[in-house]
Design a protein around this ligand. Structure first.
Ligand code: R1P
Ligand code: URA
Length: 241
């Protein structure tokens, strides 16, 4: 067990999907996995392990924000041996041509967080980025399924409510969407030499003040969840080889 995950070693699979919302973790486990066991309830950060298309996968809620994400990502990799981490989140669109329901794959994660400076000191602006093999395969799976998918730079911001930040400028520089965890995930994965990818469904468009209805949110998240599960099960099969 670790400080925030009260589970026996071996109860977490090498491939872990990471929604922020614990209820999304429960929804994913209940609706998509078979032979499910719940391995964590500490702080209601639910964790489940089950089977998808013959492969053992885990789903761990990470909470909101980079500090929370880095706790779970670190403990999963350091204490439970997780090798592949796939975030299944939501995001607010920034770019003009992003629409609600799009799936965004975070190729690189810009941030206003201090974690980069805390890690590398002044003078270095480390660029947290996705594992390329996961990124390429996720895009392929989404394209093949006919989903609208975008790949690019995302913003992992420290504050959900932040009207001081010049988000228009970020959009002008190609940042597709904003969320709150991916820089922490990519930085932790780089530290432990593991593979990570963040995928987000666009649930809001920030400049246009658009928001997905609860029904649309549910069905569109299902599309992303299927891509993440398929990607995760392929990664698990490769780890077994
Ligand atoms: O839907 P999740 O995965 O929680 O992700 C997004 O939603 C939360 C904000 O509402 C933040 O955690 C943000 O990153
Ligand atoms: O961080 C987030 C997540 C969803 N929608 C937003 O506007 N921001």
């Amino acid at each position: 067990m670790s400080i925030h995950i009260d589970a026996a070693k071996g109860s977490v699979a090498p491939v872990v999907l990471l929604p922020g919302d614990p209820l999304r973790a429960e929804y994913m486990a209940t609706n998509f996995l078979t032979d499910v066991t719940q391995y964590n309830v500490v702080r209601a950060a639910y964790g489940y392990t089950g089977t998808y298309q013959g492969q053992r996968l885990s789903i761990q809620a990470t909470g909101m924000g980079i500090p929370s994400m880095t706790i779970y990502a670190t403990e999963l990799m350091r204490d439970f041996g997780a090798q592949v981490l796939i975030r299944t989140g939501t995001a607010g669109g920034l770019a003009d041509d992003i629409q609600l329901r799009d799936i965004v794959l975070s190729q690189a994660a810009s941030t206003d967080s201090s974690i980069i400076a805390n890690t590398f000191g002044p003078g270095i602006t480390f660029a947290p980025c996705a594992d390329f093999a996961l990124l390429r395969r996720a895009e392929e799976l989404a394209q093949d399924a006919g989903y609208r998918v975008r790949v690019g730079n995302t913003l992992g911001e420290d504050r959900f409510y932040n009207d001081e930040m010049d988000k228009q400028k970020l959009a002008d520089y190609g940042v597709l969407a904003a969320e709150m965890e991916t820089p922490g995930l990519y930085l932790a994965a780089a530290h432990y030499h593991r593979q990570a990818l963040a995928m987000m469904t666009v649930s809001d468009h920030i400049p246009r003040d658009e928001h997905m209805s609860p029904d649309a949110r549910q069905s569109t998240l299902d599309d992303m969840i299927r891509i993440a599960l398929r990607l995760g099960s392929e990664a698990a099969a490769q780890l077994d080889e």
